[in-house]
Design a protein. Structure first.
Lengths: 76, 348
């Protein structure tokens, strides 16, 4: 999916939990997520805390999209 | 005395449970469990599964280092002759786990390993160079065909017999070359091949070209505050009721849904159609998979220009690479036409 879209030249950031898979399939901008069933959330913390957690990952993704890269890069 | 084999399987094949039990940590059981019983039959008394490691697929992939260390610790005193994992068929997390643990056992304990999976399993590309991976069908219905191949290669490994080429033994190409004496010289073989090619007959190349299936990174966004950003997911988020009936696994389609007036994906309006992870958390709060709430706030704050009025979604669960490629090419064309500047793609 990532490659098919990025082939057009539109930059794609891939938010996912299993980073090795993302690397193998060929995503270029990769942002690690929290867990497989809830990549952008954590049911164990309260709503506000969870929103902040999600926001942090999204902001990291936006930063990835504005960063020029040469090859596969994981934005920790 | 029979050769000692340790077997690795996931929570599903150990009959512990499905996705709701995918979080369990590694544990060890004496003897064979589940598919291990079938493997034992293949060994015909010459080898025996002495212990089985069971681990949840999500646990392994979310805690790769901890899971690997724990499993190595659980098996190190058994003095096994061989470690077999799976087969994992087309289960992505299971395949990744099988490949990872096989490589770790080889490297850390110096025990030979063997696993099996479908060619499109992400674990295959990750580990086929380092680990023997028997090619299987894409579903567990192929167990009966997979076990004899695993059993036969297993016996060759433990006995130290010559392992023949990938095609004969049924494992995936490892990129290793071995010298041997051929009946005909290279020139004759090349001409034979050429003649076959010209007459349209089938032939096998002796030197397959590597495939470089990579795309260049898109250029970075210069001004985020003017950028139009689209949300795409393989996590199966759909309007409640899944109006287009996207399949829970092996999806044959994707969905396009309008979100221009939506600022939060609520459990009343949205859910996941994905059958490859425990859906409880995504159904409770779909923003946990597709972060529309946060992105809408960032739009209001002027951090990003706008959110593309449609999101695209499919289920990435055993979905054929061919299908995913076709979906993404169609989606890409639409995004390009609609002037989208960047994409956030989330996966579970």
């Amino acid at each position: 999916m990532v490659k098919g879209i990025e082939a057009t030249g539109i930059p794609v950031v891939h938010i996912c939990t299993i980073v090795p898979i993302s690397k193998t399939v060929g995503a270029n901008r990769i942002v690690p997520a929290i867990a497989i069933p809830h990549p952008l959330g954590n049911p164990k913390v309260d709503k506000d805390e969870e929103y902040k957690l999600r926001r942090k990952i999204v902001e990291k993704s936006l930063k990835a999209l504005t960063t020029e890269i040469d090859g596969q890069t994981v934005f920790e | 005395m029979a050769y000692k084999v340790i077997h690795y399987i996931n929570q599903f094949f150990a009959n512990i449970g499905g996705e709701e039990m995918a979080h369990i940590a590694p544990e060890i059981r004496e003897g064979a469990v589940g598919p291990g019983l079938g493997l034992n039959q293949q060994f015909k008394g010459e080898a025996e599964i002495i212990a089985t490691v069971v681990c949840g697929d999500s646990y392994f992939n979310e805690n790769i280092e901890a899971a690997t260390t724990k499993i190595i610790d659980l098996i190190k005193d058994y003095q096994a002759d061989l470690f077999i994992a799976g087969p994992a068929f087309n289960a992505g997390r299971y395949g990744t786990a099988c490949g990872t643990i096989c490589k770790a056992v080889q490297d850390k304990l110096n025990i030979p390993t063997l696993t099996g999976m479908y060619i499109e399993n992400p674990g295959a590309d990750m580990f086929k160079k380092e680990v023997y991976i028997i090619e299987t069908s894409n579903a567990a219905t192929g167990m009966r065909k997979a076990l004899p191949k695993i059993g036969s290669l297993a016996m060759k490994i433990v006995k130290g017999e010559d392992i023949l080429d990938a095609k004969t033994e049924g494992y995936m190409l490892r990129g290793i070359r071995k010298n041997y004496f051929a009946d005909k010289i290279g020139a004759e073989r090349a001409v034979d091949m050429l003649v076959k090619k010209l007459t349209g007959e089938e032939y096998t190349t002796e030197y397959p070209m590597p495939e470089f299936d990579r795309v260049n990174p898109g250029a970075a966004i210069k001004d985020l505050s003017k950028a139009r950003i689209a949300l795409v997911t393989s996590g199966g988020i759909v309007p409640k009721g899944n109006p287009d009936h996207i399949e829970s696994s092996s999806a044959s389609k994707y969905g396009k849904y309008e979100i221009s007036k939506v600022s939060d994906l609520t459990s009343a309006e949205y859910e996941t159609a994905h059958g490859g992870y425990d859906p409880v958390y995504a159904n409770e709060e779909p923003d946990r998979v597709l972060p529309l709430d946060v992105l809408r706030d960032l739009e209001k704050e002027g951090v990003i220009g706008s959110i593309h009025p449609y999101f695209y979604t499919t289920v990435g669960n055993g979905t054929a690479v061919k299908s995913a490629k076709a979906f993404s090419e169609e989606i890409a064309g639409k995004l390009l036409n609609d002037g989208v500047d960047a994409v956030i793609l989330t996966s579970t």
